[in-house]
Write a protein that binds this ligand. Structure first.
Ligand SMILES: Nc1ncnc2c1ncn2[C@@H]1O[C@H](COP(=O)(O)OP(=O)(O)OP(=O)(O)O)[C@@H](O)[C@H]1O
Ligand SMILES: [Mg+2]
Length: 395
C-alpha cells in the first residue's frame, strides 16, 4: 500500500493495490484504488479540456498572447506569431522580439491600471501596412499574474471603409458638376434670358442634357450598389452569350445607336454558356458596346465575338477606335476613372461602366481583360469558366 501511494504521488497513476490482506487493511487498499481511479479520471478530463482550449485558441483568427509580470511571453498562438513576426525560440523580454512600442505600452497601461485597454495600431511588415485592433486585459491565476492581449486584423475593414468614403466623396463631386451647370442656366433664364428668343431654347436644351447625365449617373451608381450587395447576382442560372449578343445588337441597330459604325457578330454553332443571369450579361455587353461606339470616331468597325476556349466562355468586343494607353489600362476599371476627362465629359461618361462590367464578371466567376493600341483600337474580353455540365466545344 505504501509503495502504491508513493507511486501515485510521483505521478504513476496506473499503480493499484488490488484485493489483498484482511479486514481493515483490505478496505484501505480498496479505498486507495478508488482514489487512484478517481484521480486518473480527473486528470484525463483536465487534459482533454486543456487540449480543446489550446486547439481553439491556436486556431483563432485573432492573435492571442500573454506576458507575465516580468514581460516574458507565457503563451501565444499562431496568428499572434504571424502578425507580430515572432520567432520560435524567444527568451528574455518579449518587447525585444516584437519591437512594437504601442503594444508594449498598451500592456503596461493595463498592468498598471488593472483595467482592460484597447488601441488601434499600424504595423509595417515588408510592403504591407497592417491595421490591428489590439485589446489587453490583466489576469491572475494561482501564483501567476500578467496581461493577455488579443490582436484583431482590421486591415481589410479599414480599407473598405476608406474606399466607401472616397466613393461618397467622388459621387458628390460628380453630381456637383452637372448641378452647378443646371443652376447656372436656370438663373440666367430667370434673370431675363427666358425672353431672349435667340438663346432660351438652347439653354433649356443644355439643362435637359445635364439632367440626362445626372439620371444616367444615378442609375449607374444604384446598379453598382445593387451588384455589390448581391455579389453580381449569382443565381445559378445558365445563359448563352450568343442569345444575349443577338438581342443586344438587334436593340442597338433598331435604336440607331450604332451610328455610322459597322457591327460584325461572330458566333459559332456551339453554345457559349455562362453561369449568370441574362440581365447581368446584357448589362456587360451593353457597357462594352457603348464604350466601343463612344470611343471610336467616324465610321469604324465593331466586332462582337463569343467562343469557348480552355474551359472558359469568352465574350469579346473589339473596336477600331482611339485605344487606351498602357498606363490608363491599369485604371479604367476603377470607378469614375476616365482616360481623357475633358473628352469624355463631352460624351457624357461618368466612368462607372467598366466598374460595373468588372463586378458583374466577377459574379460569373470570371474576369475582364483588355488589349489595346493607341490610335488602333481596343479589345475587351470577358472570360468566365464554362459551368459544369455544359459542353466545351472549342473554336
Ligand atoms: N473601347 C474603348 N476605347 C477607348 N477607350 C475606352 C474604351 N472603353 C473605355 N475606355 C476608357 O475607359 C474609361 C472608363 O470607361 P467606363 O465605361 O468605365 O466609363 P465611361 O464610358 O467614361 O462612362 P460610363 O460608361 O459610366 O457612361 C473611359 O472614360 C475611356 O477613357
Ligand atoms: Mg462606358
Amino acid at each position: 500500500m505504501t509503495q502504491v501511494a508513493e507511486a501515485l504521488r510521483a505521478g504513476q497513476y496506473d499503480q493499484r493495490v488490488g484485493p489483498r490482506g484482511q479486514g481493515e487493511f483490505r478496505l484501505l487498499g480498496a479505498t486507495i484504488d478508488r482514489l487512484a481511479d478517481e484521480l486518473t479520471n480527473r486528470i484525463t478530463t483536465l487534459d482533454e479540456q486543456r487540449a480543446q482550449l489550446g486547439a481553439m485558441v491556436a486556431g483563432l483568427q485573432e492573435g492571442v498572447f500573454a506576458v507575465d509580470d516580468e514581460d516574458r511571453l507565457v503563451f501565444h498562438n499562431r496568428a499572434a506569431q504571424r502578425l507580430l513576426g515572432l520567432s520560435d525560440d524567444l527568451d528574455g523580454s518579449i518587447w525585444q522580439a516584437i519591437a512594437v512600442p504601442e503594444i508594449a505600452e498598451l500592456c503596461r497601461t493595463t498592468r498598471a491600471s488593472g483595467k482592460p485597454a484597447a488601441q488601434e495600431i499600424r504595423l509595417q511588415r515588408g510592403d504591407t501596412t497592417y491595421v490591428l485592433d489590439a485589446r489587453a486585459t490583466s489576469f491572475e491565476t494561482h501564483g501567476q499574474r500578467g496581461v493577455v492581449a488579443v490582436l484583431h486584423d482590421v486591415t481589410n475593414l479599414r480599407r473598405l471603409e476608406l474606399m466607401r468614403t472616397e466613393f461618397v466623396a467622388n459621387v458628390s463631386h460628380e453630381l456637383k458638376t452637372p448641378l452647378t451647370s443646371i443652376r447656372g442656366y436656370v438663373e440666367t433664364l430667370l434673370g431675363g434670358a427666358i425672353h431672349d428668343d435667340a438663346n432660351n431654347l438652347r439653354f433649356l436644351g443644355k439643362i435637359d442634357q445635364q439632367v440626362e447625365r445626372l439620371t444616367a449617373m444615378v442609375s449607374d451608381v444604384l446598379s453598382l450598389a445593387r451588384i455589390e450587395a448581391t455579389e453580381g447576382g449569382r443565381n445559378g442560372k445558365i445563359n448563352d452569350w450568343r442569345q444575349v449578343i443577338a438581342d443586344v445588337v438587334e436593340g442597338y441597330e433598331e435604336a440607331g445607336k450604332l451610328q455610322r459604325h459597322t457591327c460584325k457578330v461572330e458566333t459559332g454553332d456551339a453554345p457559349v454558356r455562362v453561369r449568370g443571369d441574362a440581365e447581368s450579361m446584357t448589362q456587360v455587353l451593353d457597357n462594352l458596346l457603348d464604350n466601343a461606339i463612344k470611343y471610336t470616331p467616324g465610321d469604324g468597325t465593331i466586332t462582337v465575338r463569343a467562343y469557348n476556349r480552355d474551359g472558359f466562355a469568352v465574350l469579346e468586343v473589339e473596336d477600331t477606335g482611339i485605344g487606351i494607353s498602357a498606363a490608363d489600362r491599369e485604371r479604367i476599371f476603377e470607378r469614375f476613372f476616365r482616360a481623357d476627362r475633358a473628352r469624355s465629359r463631352d460624351t457624357g461618361g461618368t466612368g462607372l461602366g467598366l466598374a460595373i462590367v468588372k463586378h458583374l464578371t466577377q459574379g460569373f466567376g470570371g474576369e475582364v481583360r483588355v488589349d489595346s493600341e493607341l490610335g488602333r483600337g481596343t479589345r475587351f474580353a470577358v472570360w468566365s469558366p464554362i459551368p459544369d455540365g455544359a459542353p466545351t466545344n472549342a473554336g
